[in-house]
Design a protein around this ligand. Structure first.
Ligand SMILES: [Zn+2]
Length: 365
């Protein structure tokens, strides 16, 4: 299986859609439309997550795949009385230094407004000031207006309006590399949709009931994972995510072991979860059987929706399988199409193995 124009078009649509944490409706409806034809039922929680159910040979185990559809963004906190410049708060974790000069979209009751994140012009800074990093609280959003009336009355911008990065999805190196925003974690969600498609198109009857969830509000504390866990009541959970690709200048191998283009990465440890060990071994064994190159990774800070899933009810064996991605949480992340394909294949093979006795064995003592 390789990603064709139709698949890349869907990934582009997902990537470019507007969906900061708490404001994911647009992305959710794209995902719903893309997945519903493969599902037997479409469910939801009451936070905005979409959940597909696919019948298999047995009611149990209930296997949960999940990717989050929210992206890091901002929320408007104020409109300057005179000038109309906007102050904002981050939604999720941003590195201040990737913000200046970037375009954003503000969703208002009247529609979409384009703006630019800016600060005091460098030309006017003292030599001392120029040496210093500009912090996010010194930045503002400029929509090109000269007064508050234009911003508030004409454009309809209000305190509390959501803001998302504005970035075109592009391909490079003969469509083998993709560049865009919100890859964390629209790519993981896309892998989930691919898995559903591959199972359906190949007529595979999996020995379980499969749930594929597009969760919301991950970037602000794994909130959608909590409600999805309640709806699905999974027996085993596989989080589909992006991992930080450490193959960029200035990173030690041990800090971020995964490399772009070298296959799915299996998170062996992060700040939110230690994966179920028999499940980790099963994922590795499956990759080896399928001849899929994989990478063992760890993330000292940060976590995934697995942080909530593995603590559902009396516990749920969980793991995160990721697409190594460069520059996440920026306007321009980069990922390798072959990693997306390989991750999808690995997850299909894994789902086929998760029958009742196998899942029970994950927690045997
Ligand atoms: Zn993520």
């Amino acid at each position: 299986m390789s990603l064709g124009g139709r698949e890349l078009k869907l990934l582009k649509e997902m990537s470019e859609s507007f969906g900061p944490s708490g404001f994911e409706t647009e992305t959710a409806s794209i995902v719903k439309k893309a997945g519903e034809r493969f599902a037997d039922e479409v469910l939801k929680d009451k936070l905005g997550s979409v959940i597909f159910r696919m019948k298999g040979k047995a009611e149990r185990p209930r296997v949960l795949l999940a990717g989050h559809i929210d992206e890091v963004g901002f929320v408007i906190t104020g409109i300057d009385e005179k000038s109309g410049f906007l102050t904002f708060n981050p939604l999720g974790g941003w590195f201040d230094q990737v913000l200046l000069g970037q375009r954003v979209k503000i969703r208002t009751a009247k529609g979409e407004v384009v703006g630019v994140i800016a600060s005091k012009p460098p030309h006017l800074l003292s030599p001392d000031e120029r040496e210093k990093v500009v912090k996010v609280n010194q930045m503002f959003i400029d929509v090109g207006a000269r007064n508050r009336e234009t911003v508030e009355d004409e454009l309809g911008v209000k305190v509390g309006d959501p803001v998302a990065p504005s970035a075109e999805f592009l391909t490079s190196i003969s469509e083998r590399v993709v560049i865009g925003k919100a890859f964390d974690d629209r790519i993981g969600t896309f892998v989930g949709l691919q898995v559903m498609k591959m199972l359906r198109e190949a007529g595979i009857v999996h020995p379980n009931t499969l749930f594929m969830a597009a969760t919301v509000q991950e970037e602000v504390g794994l909130r959608g994972a909590q409600t999805v866990s309640h709806v699905v009541d999974p027996d085993v959970a596989v989080v589909l995510e992006t991992d930080i690709a450490g193959d960029v200048p200035g990173i030690k191998q041990s800090e971020a072991p995964a490399k772009m283009g070298c296959g799915p990465s299996i998170i062996t440890f992060d700040a939110s979860m230690i994966p179920n060990q028999p499940l980790k071994r099963l994922v590795i064994e499956t990759a080896e059987e399928e001849g899929i190159k994989y990478q063992l990774s760890s993330v000292a800070r940060g976590g995934t929706d697995g942080g909530k899933f593995h603590l559902g009810r009396s516990g749920c064996p969980s793991i995160a399988i990721c697409v190594p991605t460069r520059h996440i949480h920026s306007h321009s992340a980069i990922a390798d199409v072959s990693d997306i394909e390989a991750t999808s294949r690995l997850v299909v093979a894994l789902v086929r193995k998760l029958d009742e006795s196998r899942v029970e064995s994950l927690t045997s003592i």
